[in-house]
Design a protein around this ligand. Structure first.
Ligand code: CUA
Length: 325
């Protein structure tokens, strides 16, 4: 039963209640102990005040019972807070497998978003109600922070890295999106709206937005345009590893280490190809840093994710554990 506290924002996501209950517990505990200690300080100061100038205080023995009590009670309270907080935290930062992935790119000073079906928006994001939404986020310049108070979610958006966030909107409506990390002169204007719609309404809305196609298709065009396929292909004379079925797999590097080919790895390999060279290959790939935008990188990643594993996948120097579902 979520508490209705008028000074908190509206609860519009599936974990707004959890976050508020925890906040309420913390505020309640802090208030209780603040009042208790203040009353005792004042009460004892009055009760045990010096009544005459020559009065000598009584001596006392330490009370083990008292000391244990005031150690154990705070310990229990703190442990409850820890376990409770950790559970809420894990829930918020572990997207469910069926969450639909949207893309968010922060830049001074706007939020660019993209739907899985390719539609783009600026400082706006439309999502259907009742379905888990996962955001894969990065920044083109400095650190920003994606914050939707009504959903009780906030995560840093960091250049050179992907961070993610998820929520299930529970109520239709328009909710404020803020940048919660000071990012330059117009930080305070880096705001927008999340519009939560009924699924049918959302589908109808999608039809009204012109799109250049799904990110996978855009990625495929870019892949050909940049000539990625001239090296990354099957065949004994290929200059780079075949990328079919790569996403989510473990990759063995030239230095013997193993990494999982996730979004962060793919992004790094596109922009800094020398950073993690796959075992058995020469570091001959040119960097695409500065030549393609973060959105282009996401499109390429989307396309690479969609590539099916080649027939000879077992022969390539990757292990299959890790990414398989
Ligand atoms: Cu972006 Cu503050």
């Amino acid at each position: 039963m979520p508490f209705k506290i008028p000074f908190l924002p509206e609860q519009a996501s599936s974990f707004a209640g959890d976050v508020d209950n925890l906040t309420f517990f913390l505020v309640g505990m802090a208030t209780f102990f603040t009042v208790l200690i203040a009353v005792m300080v004042i009460g004892f100061a009055i009760r045990y005040r010096r009544r005459s100038p020559d009065e000598v205080g009584a001596s006392f023995d330490n009370s083990a019972l008292l000391e244990i009590t005031w150690t154990v009670i705070p310990l229990v309270v703190v442990l409850i807070t820890f376990v409770w907080g950790a559970r809420v935290y894990f829930r918020i930062y572990r997207p469910p497998a069926d969450a639909v992935q949207y893309y968010v790119t922060g830049k001074q000073w706007m939020w660019k978003t993209q739907h899985p079906t390719g539609q783009r928006e600026i400082n706006e994001l439309h999502v259907p109600v009742g379905r888990p939404v996962k955001l894969l986020m990065t920044s083109e310049d400095v650190i920003h922070s994606f914050f939707v108070p009504a959903f009780r979610v906030k995560a840093d958006v960091v250049p050179g890295r992907y961070t993610s966030l998820w929520f299930t909107p529970t109520k239709t409506g328009r909710y404020h999106l803020f940048c919660a990390e000071y990012c330059g002169a117009e930080h305070s204007r880096m705001i927008g709206w999340i519009t939560v719609q009924e699924p049918e309404e959302y589908q109808a809305w999608l039809q009204t937005v012109p799109t250049l196609g799904v990110p996978t298709a855009a990625g495929e065009r870019l892949y050909a345009q940049l000539g990625c396929n001239t090296c990354h292909r099957a065949g004994a004379d290929a200059k780079g590893p075949d990328l079919g079925g790569l996403f989510g797999r473990a990759v063995t590097l030239a230095d013997g280490q193993t990494v999982v080919a996730d979004e962060t790895y793919l992004r790094e390999s596109i922009l800094r190809p020398g950073a993690k060279v796959v075992a058995g290959w020469q570091p001959v790939m040119p960097s695409f840093q500065g030549q393609i935008s973060e959105e282009n990188v996401l499109e390429l990643i989307n396309y690479i994710k969609s590539l099916p594993a080649a027939e000879s996948a077992a022969a390539t120097p990757v292990s299959l554990e890790g990414g398989r579902r």
